[in-house]
Design a protein around this ligand. Structure first.
Ligand SMILES: [Zn+2]
Ligand SMILES: [Zn+2]
Length: 287
């Protein structure tokens, strides 16, 4: 299957409102909703958002999870946000702390342009192809977060994306946009916003809401864009959730989203996903 086919997609732009000016743009494509990666495809970083959810949720499939954080120089997330990401992973991925590793890879050199760079999703993916160091291999599943110094080309009008889940193990955070929004929105908090956007996008990578399969519980919002209908849930798409007020706790997954994760994790799987690809180089291939 070629790249164009893999990435033929619909971009779900979220509810837009002049007072709700930020969001998330989880990208899904037209893969069959029944499709889950086979034994070799699970090593492929070009699969659709949500298709590696089960591999991430079940330690019997992959004993260890490696999360790689890479940033354009100067746009790194705060250490406290990374600490909270670690706690979220420990809580939801069914592994003990020793089975989850977060690595900060060396920074990507910043652009010299005065204006913030605008990134298309293809450019985001090119950067990942060039710089990502950790790929899924036998017993270890890898997730990649990229923190950028610019904005998304999908921004329009007053609507700006803070992050996007754009592959089975790929997430981009528009860190420059996030910092600008926090600076311009009194009472918001950068650490909380970073934690929330990172964990929200991770929620999409874990298959929320109803990505690639029906959860069996009706909790997706009416827009049908893979967000939760509960306005206090981490997987809701409003500015209020994505840019929390200072002094509050980061939003959590609600009971319906937790139930969806539990159902997915306990869903019977017969495929042997924890087997190395026959081509040893396949765990480090690019796109
Ligand atoms: Zn989202
Ligand atoms: Zn929810």
């Amino acid at each position: 299957m070629n790249e164009a086919t893999l990435y033929r997609r619909t971009v779900s732009l979220l509810s837009i409102c002049f007072t709700l000016a930020v969001g998330c743009g989880a990208i899904t494509n037209d893969y069959s909703s029944e499709r889950l990666p086979g034994p070799k495809e699970v090593y492929d970083p070009r699969m659709t958002v949500g298709t590696s959810a089960q591999a991430l949720l079940r330690q019997d499939l992959f004993r260890k999870v490696v999360v790689e954080l890479q940033s354009v120089e100067g746009f790194e997330p705060t250490q406290e946000a990374i600490n909270q990401l670690q706690r979220f992973l420990e809580k939801h991925l069914g592994r003990n702390p020793g089975q989850i590793e977060i690595h900060a890879s060396g920074p990507i050199r910043a652009s010299k342009a005065d204006e913030p760079v605008t990134y298309t999703i293809d450019e985001v993916r090119r950067l990942e192809r060039s710089h990502r160091r950790f790929h899924t291999r036998k017993g270890v599943i890898a997730i990649y977060f990229l923190f950028l110094d610019g904005r998304s080309a999908d921004d329009h009008g007053d609507f700006q994306l803070l992050g996007q889940a754009h592959g089975n193990t790929s997430i981009v955070i528009y860190e420059n946009t996030l910092r600008e929004k926090v600076a311009k929105t009194p009472g918001t908090d950068r650490i909380l916003s970073e934690v929330t956007v990172m964990t929200h996008e991770l929620g999409h990578v874990l298959g929320l809401v109803n990505l690639n399969r029906e959860s069996g519980r009706d909790h997706e919002d009416r827009e049908g864009n893979s967000h939760c209908a509960n306005p206090t849930c981490l997987m809701h798409s409003s500015t209020k959730v994505l840019l929390p007020r200072a002094g509050t706790a980061a939003p959590e997954l609600d009971a319906a989203c937790l139930d969806e994760l539990h159902r997915l994790a306990s869903d019977g799987v017969t495929q042997e996903t924890d087997s190395a690809p026959s081509d040893p180089s396949a765990d480090r291939h690019g796109r």
